[in-house]
Structure formats: C-alpha cells, structure tokens
Design a protein around this ligand. Sequence first.
Ligand code: HPA
Length: 287
Amino acid sequence: MTYYDEVADAAASLDCRLGSLAPAIGIVLGSGLGAVADAVSPTAVIPYAAIPHFPQSTVEGHSGRIVFGMLAGVPVIVMQGRVHSYEGYTPLEVTFPMRVLGALGLRAVVLTNAAGGIAEGYRVGQLVLLADHINMMGWNPLLGPNEPRFGFLPGAGRRFFDMTEAYSKPLRALARQSAEEEGFALEEGVYLATAGPSFETPAEIRAFRILGATLVGMSTVPETLVARHMGIEVLGISCVTNLAAGLSSTPLSHEDVNEIGRQVEGRLAAFLKRLTPKIAASLKASL
Ligand code: HPA
C-alpha cells in the first residue's frame, strides 16, 4: 500500500464516523493543552489506535484521540495530541494525521503548541500568534517524490509552493480580534522548530534570537508545511510555557510545560470558541 493509499484508508475509516458533520476547520492541541477538547460537544471520539496506519503518541500530555463535534455551533475536528520525530517517527509518519485531515476536506487548521519564549517581555502563560517560522529541524516532510493527489484544494499539491504567508494573514486578524474580545492582547511571533527532544542550550537560544526567532518548540512546522502543500489555511498559536534556556534561573522540565499548559487551557478554549465561528464565516465568504 502506498502512503497516499494509507492516508485514504485512514480517512475512509474516519469518514463513516463523521456522519453529516462535514467540518472545514481542524484544531491540533499541543502539550498540556488537550483538555481544550472538553469545550467541544462531541459527536464521536476516536482513539488514534483505532484508526488504520495512524501513529501513536508516546508523550505524556498528549492523549492521542480525535474528537469530532461542535464548537460554538461550528463543526470541527480536534486532534488531542500529536506525534514528533523525536519519538522515532519518520517525517511521513509525523505528518500522517495532517494528511488525513486534508483528505477529510479540511480548509483551515489551528495548530497550537507549547513553546519556550525567547523574546524579551514574554511572560509564562502568554499566548502568541505565529506570524512566521524558521525550520531548524534538519528535515522537511515534503522531501521525496511529490504526490499531487494531496492537492485536495484548488491549486494545491505542487512540488514547489509559496511560503511567504504560511500563517494566514486574514485568520491572524480574526485571532487578534477574538483575543481582544476575550480581554487580552495577542502579539505576533516567529516560531523556530528544533528536532528536540532535549531543550536548547543558552548559546542556541542566543543564536536563535539573532536569527529572528521569538519562540522555540519541537512541533508545528512539519504540519504547517504539509497543510500549505494541501492548500489548507494555517493559524499557529503558541503557549509560552517557559522562558527559553538561559533566560530564567529554573531548569526546564516537561512537567512544568504540561502544568503551564493546563493553567492556560481555559483561556485558550474561550479564545477558540470566539475564533472558530469567525473562521467559519470567512471560509464561507471565500467559497
Ligand atoms: N524549547 C523547546 N520546546 C519547548 C520549550 C522550550 O523551551 N518549551 C515548550 N516546548
């Protein structure tokens, strides 16, 4: 079976659980942020283990299930947990779930993550909107033969494609508006992705700052790349779970990352409830 066929197979198995839902919006929940899915009125909850060919999350704080349901009256697909290359997964495995979302007809995806804050002035617990990214993972999930059949949306599936506006400007404007309505300001930042799993050294963080990064993490970039390959609009949101290495006196730990994520979940859920109907309306207007 080819990779494309495996994606189609997984999508077909999920499609019959969707019923008449037809979601156009997906939300991927990062480390410690999984409980945001509780804001969704579910119509189906499917463990990754029940989906053919789906990679299993091995990281604490990532529960590994898909939730279909309604968020603020809008049909959504929520991925509770993701997989990373540091778990031993190949680039194709890491991006398999995003390909399946594409095959299910998604048009916009909100990618959330836990990140270390590099920019001066960032506070722990702050949400930051991604304006751009820097790929320092050392790999790209699109290496290898191009599969044009992944171009589920018009004009997509090309070998070479533009990344000038990887993170949708119109969706970012809607996100800032939603945050304002919730009473907080949403700054924009640049997310730099490393392969992990170790946190960075202080020298690396100083280097990343010079490169223009304001956030550092171990995910999101591969998903953004394949989503853009499929023509899906991307919105990225980081939760600053810690100040990056060398910027605070406490050593970094995954437990702290999850703990801060849990503290921010409520605000993130309220924000996504505001944002989702706005994204749905903008997608409808652009049909
Ligand atoms: N570095 C990399 N990934 C992270 C961090 C960090 O400081 N915090 C949360 N994810």
